[in-house]
Design a protein around this ligand. Structure first.
Ligand code: SF4
Length: 293
């Protein structure tokens, strides 16, 4: 794996309260090899060249150590927004694991989103962090159909394996749930799929299911997605074009589907509103969080 020069690792989260209450963001890797056909990080606006190729960052653990040491305000660090931090290179390099050790040492919290079951390797560290700070772990799961999953998320473990990992994390006493995002029009937007994802999440220890509803289709991401649709689902691209034109956000979440989503979450006692999820996992009571709520 190539390592790129880096000046800083940790960034202040600009809209953290809107995204799982995170205070800081970091991406320990650049690029992601999981090749999800809808990946938003592929969009030109993020300027990640050669997105499928994973690169590390030179001295990133040393840099992170200094940054954490110098932060006066503790908080939750989000990992994996632009690149799944549990990519296959992580097995060998353990960059995420080393970062989690620092997060634990400096008493920060952590919020991770992943599609990989490699995350269970770090259960011990999540438990340790959880004794002093906040931990929230999210599996992105878009379909309950493993065959479809292998088509749209080809290079990472399938949905069933993610649910197995979710169960392990839940049994370890960790706050875990599902990101049902994106919902792909004509592919994963059936009532049956929404219901199955929610049910299986509940059965495997999820505390929440959160969904953004649709899929972004921005410059470069759109071209890649349509190319994959042509390869995998003939004629579907035309259907997207007819239905959504050039919209950059394609959302099949109509009132009916939204009701189905909410009713199913309520049925299984799962949280689905962002403010409720944040309130449930964060231990802090410092006024700052309460003012947001
Ligand atoms: S795992 Fe996430 S970052 Fe990686 S390709 Fe899939 S959507 Fe993109």
């Amino acid at each position: 794996m190539e390592f790129l020069p880096a000046k800083s690792i940790l960034q202040k989260a600009s809209h953290g309260e809107e995204w799982f209450g995170i205070d800081y963001n970091m991406n320990l890797y650049k690029g992601c090899p999981h090749q999800c056909i809808y990946c938003d990080s592929r969009s030109n606006c993020y300027q990640i060249e050669d997105f499928d190729r994973v690169r590390g960052k030179e001295n990133e653990i040393e840099i992170l150590n200094q940054e954490l040491q110098s932060k006066r305000k503790k908080g939750v660090i989000g990992i994996g927004a632009m690149s799944d931090t549990y990519n296959p290179f992580e097995k060998q390099y353990e960059i995420t694991r080393k970062a989690l050790k620092l997060i634990s040492d400096y008493h920060f919290g952590v919020s991770i989103e992943t599609k990989s079951n490699l995350i269970v390797r770090d259960i011990d560290l999540f438990q340790k962090i959880n004794t002093t700070s906040d931990v929230i772990l999210k599996f992105t799961i878009t379909t309950a159909d493993d065959t479809l999953c292998k088509k749209i998320e080809p290079c990472v473990c399938n949905s069933s394996e993610r649910w197995k990992a979710m169960e392990q994390l839940s049994n370890a006493g960790l706050f875990v749930g599902t990101l049902l995002t994106p919902i792909l029009p004509f592919l994963t937007d059936s009532e049956e799929n929404i219901k199955n994802v929610i049910r299986l999440s509940a059965e495997n220890g999820a505390k929440f299911v959160f969904s953004m509803g649709g899929v972004t289709l921005r410059e470069n991401q759109r071209e890649y997605f349509f190319e994959k649709l042509d390869q995998l689902f003939p004629n579907l691209k035309e259907k997207y074009r007819r239905t959504f034109g050039n919209q950059y956000f394609c959302c099949p979440f109509n009132e009916n589907l939204k009701n189905v989503f909410e009713e199913e979450c309520k049925k299984y006692g799962l949280l689905y509103k962002m403010k409720d999820i944040i309130q449930a996992y964060q231990k802090r009571d410092d006024g700052e969080q309460l003012s947001f709520l």
